[in-house]
Each structure stands twice: as structure tokens, then as C-alpha cells.
Design a binder for this molecule. Structure first.
Ligand code: 3ON
Ligand code: FE
Length: 488
């Protein structure tokens, strides 16, 4: 019986692998045009620029990048005003990107598996890290910044996307200090300005987490550093009014194969299924003691949100059963989705007095890239939006957007299967809106039928009715990572 069920699943796959793979072709073309192929209508009160970052190159002159997280950052900017939209994409001119473009070959090892050609002898003792600036893009303190978690940001010109250069945030970052790719923005209450809270991790046998809080103009309000036990791989952070919260994944790190040129740094990370995951709560005042609570082992890249309620702290996260090994051989385009765990939505309740954590599975459908209304970041919230697989079971590429109503328990799904592939939704509130879901979701999708990408605009109140507008680009944009929206 089980075999025949498996066969049925395989037959009813919601996508074609060749379609999915083509979304990982490099895009070398840098374009600049008004989008003239629009289905539906751009809401007239949607005004501003959608910025998105992600790997633009999956090969250097034909030599394959081993893992998509190693691809050079390329920014897309879609500026929307008065019902019209303008598209532009440009590579970030990092030092490494420019050097490899000139050389026409891979000159750097990548964190997730890319090696210089020539085997281990060409890679041994090369511990340099190439800042590829490919993970997020934010506009803050009058600066457009491309972020990557292991290095300082690159600043770009927001209207031309030209690279200005590495940025220390006016001296906030010391030489060599990083500024992670997952800042959180806390909305100012009672006339106070918004704050940007971010972090950096200095990895090692014991790790140091530094917290930064910046005001709206980019001035430093807080900076404090904390040593935590063990090697840390911390991609994301959530905030509440009193805490910055991290989940320390149960992993161990053996750098020897990396040093010897046999494996990349991320390939030396081993998931430890018998160690607990640790919730690390760093008080935002910078003085109170760090709290560490233990929970069941799981692996987290992204958190959705966190908040404080009746003396307890809640954290919603996308959890994986383990961290899949990134193998040195093989091609990421050929991965067997069924053999690696899918992201699931979990809710954690942290009791700081009793030092206990309760967890609850909210959704087992494969999902990734959560987002919510910016006003509710760090606060209780009702609606969550997330990229999801078309099928309710199994691991698969993201092809849909899922909306949760935590008050009623209602769920809504809009799927672009079989030939559409989704990325991260970005929520934009409608001006003067009152309801938490009164706004739009902007999603850059890959449309395999036409080998191009489309910016989809969904009405967040009712995503199931399908997009209110589809803005078709002329070319495809490889699957990306994170983005943001800036009103202008
Ligand atoms: O050696 C240490 C270990 C390590 C891994 C220290 C370190 C700081 C150099 C380090 C570096 C970490 C980096 C650079 C992480 C970058 C992560 C990145 C670019 C992306 C992560 C994406 C996560 C997810 C879940 C993406 C999902 C994508 C899809 C569902 C497909 O579209
Ligand atoms: Fe991320």
C-alpha cells in the first residue's frame, strides 16, 4: 500500500523539475525599462519601491557555483507610482564580483560549497571570505544597503542601483565587523521614531553576538556584545520590546576539512539531533543577564515574529527537523526533495520564570519566507503570510502563498502551480488602513511557461481570489532571498 501511495504522490507532482531548474539560470543582463506588460491593475494608492536581493549568478563564465547561497548579489528595484511600474536590476559591485568578472573564472571559495577549480590543493589554507552581499536589501537612514550575514553592508545608489562601496554605517562598524542580513524594524509608539535592530555574530568555539539599535537617521542608540557558549550559526533574530531572541541550532563545527581545502565552511557543520535547540534571549537594555532556555532539537533559519504576553514570550518560527548536509559532490539542481526535511511553522511559548519552553506545530505544509504587517513586529499579531508548497504534504519548491488568521484559525492559499514558483512575500500596508491585513503582498515569482519573472500583487485581505495585478518582466530573475518596500 505504501509503495502505491508513493507512486501516486510522484505522479501528481505539482511541478516539473526542468521548469524549477530553469529558475536557477544566471541572469547576466542588467535592464532598465518601464514594465508595459501588466495584467489587472496596479492599485493607485500603492506607491513606492520594492527592492529585492538574491543570487544573480549561478555560474562564473560556465563554472558552476556549488550552492545558490554562494551566488553574487543582484538587486531588483521595481518603482511603482500612479499605477505605473519601472524595473531595474544591477549586480552589486563587490570586490569579489569585479575580480571574478575580470578574470572570467572562480577566484574565491564560497561559504556553502563553491571551491576554486583545481581540487583541494587549490583551496587549502585559503580561509578568505568573499562578501557577496546577496541576502537582503534595506533602505535605512537615507542609505540603500545590501546585506550579507558574514560581512559589512554594501551601499548602493537607490535610483541607479550603482554600487557606492562597503559601508561602516558612519563608523558604527569596526573594520571586519559584520552586519547581519536580518534586521528587524520596531515601529515607534507615541511619537517615538522607528528603530532598526540588527546583530552580528563572531563565530568560534565560543561565539560573540553583538546587538545594534539604530534610530531613523541611522545614528547608533545601543551597541552591546555578549559571549555565548559554543559555535553559533545564527541567520535570523526576532525582537520583543525587551529582548532580542536567537535560536541556537544544535550543530557542531569541525573546521579541519575546510582548512584543508576539502570542504566549505557550511559543509563542516553537523546537525546534532541529540542536543537541544537553545533559545537565547538578550535583554535589549544591554545590561541585564542573557537567558538561555532549552527546547527540542530543530533547525531554524527564519523566525516569523515574537511578542510578550502575560509574562511569557512567544516565538513563531520555520523549523526543520535537521540541517541538511550540503554535499561536496553533486548538483543542487538535482536535489531529491523527498530526502530533505521541509520547513514547518512552529509556535514556541517561553516561560522565563520556570525556564520552560512549550512548542506546538502550527502548519506542516512545507513553507519558508514568513512576513507580517510592519506595525506588529515584536507585538502580538493576527495575520502571517508565508511562501508555501502547492501540496499540503511533502517537501517541494515554493509555488504558493499561504495566509494565516491566528484569531479564527482560518487559512487561505493562492497557488501559481504548476508553472509558477514563489519567493518571499513582502507586505505593504494600504495608506490609512486600519485592519491588520488591509494591504498588499508583493511577490517576485518565476514563470517557467515564459522563462521570465513576474511581480505579483495580491490583496492581503483575500489572497485566494488571485492577484490584483501581474507585472511581467522581460527576463527571468533567479530565485532570490529577501526584499523590502520603501514608500517614497
Ligand atoms: O563558518 C561559519 C559558518 C557559516 C555558515 C561562520 C560564517 C559566518 C562564515 C558562516 C556564514 C553564514 C552565511 C554567509 C550565511 C548566509 C546565508 C544565506 C545567504 C541564505 C540563507 C537562506 C535561507 C533559506 C531558508 C532559504 C530558502 C530558500 C528557498 C526556500 C528557495 O528559494
Ligand atoms: Fe534569510
Amino acid at each position: 500500500l505504501e509503495t502505491s501511495q508513493l507512486k501516486t504522490t510522484a505522479k501528481t507532482s505539482s511541478y516539473d523539475r526542468t521548469d524549477w531548474q530553469r529558475g536557477y539560470e544566471s541572469q547576466r543582463q542588467e535592464s532598465d525599462y518601464w514594465i508595459d506588460e501588466i495584467e489587472g491593475e496596479i492599485p493607485p494608492d500603492l506607491q513606492g519601491t520594492f527592492f529585492r536581493n538574491g543570487p544573480g549568478l549561478l555560474d562564473i563564465n560556465g563554472e558552476q557555483i556549488h550552492h545558490p547561497f554562494d551566488g553574487d548579489g543582484m538587486i531588483c528595484a521595481i518603482a511603482i507610482s500612479d499605477g505605473r511600474a519601472h524595473f531595474r536590476n544591477r549586480f552589486i559591485h563587490t570586490e569579489g564580483y569585479l575580480a571574478e568578472k575580470t578574470a572570467g573564472k572562480i577566484l574565491h571559495r564560497g561559504v556553502f560549497g563553491t571551491q576554486k577549480p583545481g581540487g583541494w590543493l587549490s583551496n587549502i589554507f585559503d580561509l578568505k571570505i568573499k562578501n557577496i552581499a546577496n541576502t537582503n536589501i534595506i533602505y535605512w537612514g537615507d542609505k540603500l544597503l545590501a546585506l550579507w550575514e558574514a560581512a559589512a553592508p554594501y551601499r548602493l545608489d537607490p535610483s541607479t542601483l550603482e554600487t557606492i562601496g562597503l559601508d561602516t554605517l558612519d563608523g558604527i562598524l569596526q573594520p571586519g565587523e559584520a552586519f547581519a542580513a536580518h534586521p528587524r524594524i520596531e515601529k515607534g509608539k507615541n511619537g517615538a521614531g522607528d528603530r532598526l535592530i540588527n546583530f552580528s555574530v563572531k563565530p568560534g568555539l565560543s561565539s560573540v553576538i553583538t546587538i545594534y539599535e539604530l534610530d531613523e537617521s541611522g545614528k547608533l542608540l545601543q551597541k552591546h556584545a555578549h559571549a555565548i557558549p559554543g559555535f553559533a550559526f545564527l541567520h535570523d533574530m526576532v525582537i520583543t520590546p525587551n529582548y532580542c531572541i536567537f535560536f541556537q541550532n544544535p550543530v557542531s563545527f569541525n573546521p579541519i576539512p575546510f582548512v584543508l581545502g576539502m570542504r566549505s565552511a557550511a559543509q563542516c557543520i553537523q546537525f546534532s539531533p541529540n542536543k537541544p535547540t537553545q533559545a537565547i534571549l538578550i535583554p535589549r537594555n544591554g545590561t541585564d543577564q542573557v537567558k538561555i532556555l532549552e527546547t527540542e532539537p530543530c533547525f531554524v533559519f527564519h523566525h516569523c515574529n515574537a511578542w510578550e504576553e502575560d509574562g511569557e514570550v512567544f516565538v513563531d518560527s520555520v523549523c526543520y527537523e535537521s540541517f541538511p548536509n550540503v554535499e561536496p559532490d553533486g548538483d543542487f539542481r538535482e536535489i531529491d526533495f523527498d530526502s530533505i526535511p521541509a520547513g514547518e511553522l512552529w509556535r514556541f511559548k517561553l516561560n522565563l520564570q520556570a525556564e520552560t519552553v512549550e512548542d506546538q506545530v502550527v502548519e506542516t505544509r512545507c513553507c519558508e519566507f514568513p512576513t507580517l504587517h510592519p506595525n506588529n513586529v515584536g507585538q502580538p499579531y493576527r495575520y502571517l503570510y508565508i511562501g508555501a508548497a502547492d501540496s499540503p504534504t511533502g517537501n517541494a519548491p515554493l509555488q504558493a502563498i499561504l495566509k494565516f488568521d491566528f484569531l479564527t484559525g482560518e487559512r487561505q492559499l493562492w497557488s501559481a502551480a504548476p508553472r509558477g514558483f514563489a519567493g518571499e512575500p513582502v507586505f505593504v500596508a494600504r495608506p490609512d488602513a486600519v485592519a491588520e491585513d488591509d494591504g498588499w503582498l508583493l511577490v517576485l515569482m518565476y514563470d517557467a511557461a515564459n522563462h521570465r519573472s513576474t511581480l505579483v500583487i495580491l490583496d492581503a485581505r483575500d489572497i485566494a481570489k488571485g492577484p490584483v495585478a501581474r507585472l511581467h518582466l522581460k527576463y527571468h530573475i533567479p530565485y532570490g532571498l529577501h526584499g523590502s518596500f520603501t514608500s517614497n
